[in-house]
Structure formats: structure tokens, C-alpha cells
Design a protein around this ligand. Structure first.
Ligand SMILES: [Zn+2]
Length: 328
């Protein structure tokens, strides 16, 4: 599905092999040196064909591609990058912090084992731990990431013409290397998965020392403060007021943090218990994996701000309100 958005911008929507989201939005920008493509979907012969046909639908061809940008290091946004770069030789832009993360990202097996260990410590039943291990074998749609040829940082201006550029806004949280693009001519914001229209973007848990929720809320505040209006997300329809949507998502996380504090207020609770208390029942196993990581991200956010503490008994974690307050 393709759609011209005016001002030399086009949207290409490519299918995804997931139950949700079922498609990804890629955005094409005309420039003096050629086309800039933001995000490119998962890798595959069919997907590549669809991309070529979409370009042709707008009167372009693959050789017109001058640069490819990925909003973040997730397969639905950069899976096809290697195929496109090998074919066209175009420049390849990602946030500079991606470079250090690529080896870990490509190592699917150790990421899966790390998560399974955390699930085990979380108080999940044995059969759930086993299911996590079995269901997270490397899927066919996973493709390895390649290093950007042109790493970029916050504030970097990607030139489209002498009078127009796309400004990089570093927005970690949904993923540690996430960036948004702001069009200097139209003020349109291209938000990747940072701000989505219908769902609140997934916040991962990737182990001790990573406060993805803290990073996310900070970068969401930044987008909220931009007064962004028309916002073009990585999934779903255009958002009329991006900053208003950012405010809604901030509120959603505040409520979720409050709900979790309430659950652990009575007595120490395992992360698995907190997840079951806060999320709706009957989650699919994929939804359960995401909900579990979200729960951990929220609990660890609270812990790093001393709102809760974590105790460990026989290798199982429980979170509780710190004793300090109670002794006064
Ligand atoms: Zn996505």
C-alpha cells in the first residue's frame, strides 16, 4: 500500500508476519541527491519486490535510493537493510549507539537465554519457563543487523536540499538506539515506534543497569514539549497531534506505575504476580512475553528511584515497598 503525503514525501506500507502489528510504515523523502528512505520492513524476496513496486508506483526506481535510515534496531524496521544496501550501495544511517549493540542484537540465542533466566527468577511456574525457552527459538523472519556506514547523533541534520533537512531526535526507550526525524520544511514528525497511535509502544527489559522506561519517559517528555502536530508513526495511521498523543502515553505509564505500587504495597510480590495483577488475563504467549518485560521495566524503574526494593529468596525475586518509610 502506497500513499503520497505531499511536499515530496511518500508512505509505503509493507506487510509483517506478526499477529500485531501486521504492517510497517516506511517513509520516502525526495531530495536533490536522490531518495531517503526511513525504515524498510523485514527481509524477504517478496517484501523486496513489494518495495520495488511501491517505488515504481511513485515513478522512482531502486537506483534513485541515496540513503536508508532506520528508526531503530528492530527487525520490522531494518530487516531488509542488507539486501537494499547490497543492491544499491546507498548510505546506511542509524544512531551511533547502535554500533556497540549490534553483536548482542544478532546473538538471538543469548538474548533468549538471558530472558529465560529472568523469567525463572520472576516466580513464573516451571512450565512457563520451559515454554519461554521453546517458543523463542530463532524465527525465520529474523535477519542480522549490519553496521551503519553513517552513524548519526542527536541534532544531526540529514540534508535533502540546501534549504531542507531531516533533523535527528534521539529518543531511546522502546529501544536503546531509537531516533525520530523532524522535517525542517513542514514540521512533520516521523516517530518510528516512539509514539504510536493506538497502542503504547513496548518497553523492554534487557537486564540490570538498563532503565529503558526512564529513558522512554524522558524522551517522550521531549516529544511532548516539541508541540509536534502531524506525526507519522512506524505502524498505523497518521497522528493528528503527536505531542498530545505523547502526553496520553506518559499518563498511561504513570497509571501503570501506580497500579504496580499498589500491588506490592500489601506484601512482597514476585514480578510474575505483579504482571498477572496488572495486565488483562488470557494473554497469548507472545503478549505474555511482552507483558512480562514491561512489568520488569516498570518495577526496575521504581527500584532505581527507591520507590520499591527487590529481595531475593532461593533465587526468586520479590518487590516490596522499602522498609525505611515504615520505621518512621
Ligand atoms: Zn515496530
Amino acid at each position: 500500500m502506497t500513499h503520497p503525503l505531499g511536499d515530496g514525501i511518500y508512505r509505503i506500507t509493507l506487510p509483517l508476519p506478526f499477529p500485531s502489528p501486521q504492517s510497517v510504515n516506511c517513509y520516502l523523502f525526495e531530495g536533490e541527491k536522490g531518495l531517503t528512505l526511513l525504515d524498510c520492513g523485514i527481509d524477504g524476496v517478496e517484501e523486496f519486490e513489494l518495495l520495488i513496486r511501491a517505488l515504481e508506483g511513485f515513478g522512482f526506481g531502486l537506483p534513485d535510493l541515496h540513503r536508508l535510515v532506520a528508526s531503530h534496531l528492530h527487525v520490522d524496521h531494518m530487516g531488509m537493510a542488507k539486501r537494499i544496501i547490497d543492491t544499491t550501495g546507498c548510505d546506511w544511517l542509524m544512531h551511533a549507539s547502535t554500533i556497540a549493540e549490534i553483536p548482542h542484537y544478532n546473538d538471538w540465542g543469548s538474548r533468549r537465554d538471558e530472558l529465560a533466566r529472568v523469567v525463572e527468577a520472576s516466580g513464573a511456574p516451571d512450565e512457563v519457563v520451559e515454554r519461554f525457552r521453546l517458543e523463542t527459538l530463532r524465527p525465520a523472519w529474523f535477519s542480522e543487523a549490519i553496521r551503519p556506514t553513517h552513524p548519526v547523533g542527536d541534532g544531526h541534520k540529514i540534508p535533502l536540499s540546501p534549504t531542507r533537512h531531516l533533523e535527528v531526535i534521539f529518543t531511546p526507550g522502546h529501544q536503546a538506539n531509537h531516533l525520530c526525524l523532524l522535517d525542517s520544511r513542514t514540521g512533520r514528525l516521523f516517530s518510528g515506534d516512539h509514539v504510536l497511535p493506538r497502542i503504547s509502544p513496548f518497553i523492554p527489559y534487557t537486564g540490570e543497569g538498563h532503565d529503558h522506561l526512564g529513558a522512554y519517559l524522558d524522551s517522550l517528555e521531549r516529544i511532548a514539549g516539541l508541540d509536534a502536530r502531524e506525526t507519522y508513526p512506524g505502524h498505523g495511521p497518521t497522528i493528528a497531534r503527536g505531542s498530545a498523543r505523547a502526553h496520553q502515553i506518559l499518563l498511561h505509564h504513570q497509571r501503570r506505575l501506580d497500579a504496580m505500587l499498589e500491588v506490592v504495597a500489601e506484601c512482597p510480590r514476585t514480578p510474575w504476580h505483579v504482571m498477572q495483577a496488572v495486565f488483562r488475563p488470557n494473554l497469548s504467549s507472545l503478549e505474555e512475553r511482552l507483558a512480562f518485560q514491561e512489568t520488569m521495566a516498570h518495577l526496575e524503574y521504581l527500584r532505581s528511584r527507591s520507590r520499591v526494593e527487590r529481595v531475593s529468596r532461593e533465587g526468586r525475586w520479590a518487590y516490596r515497598i522499602p522498609d525505611v518509610g515504615r520505621e518512621v
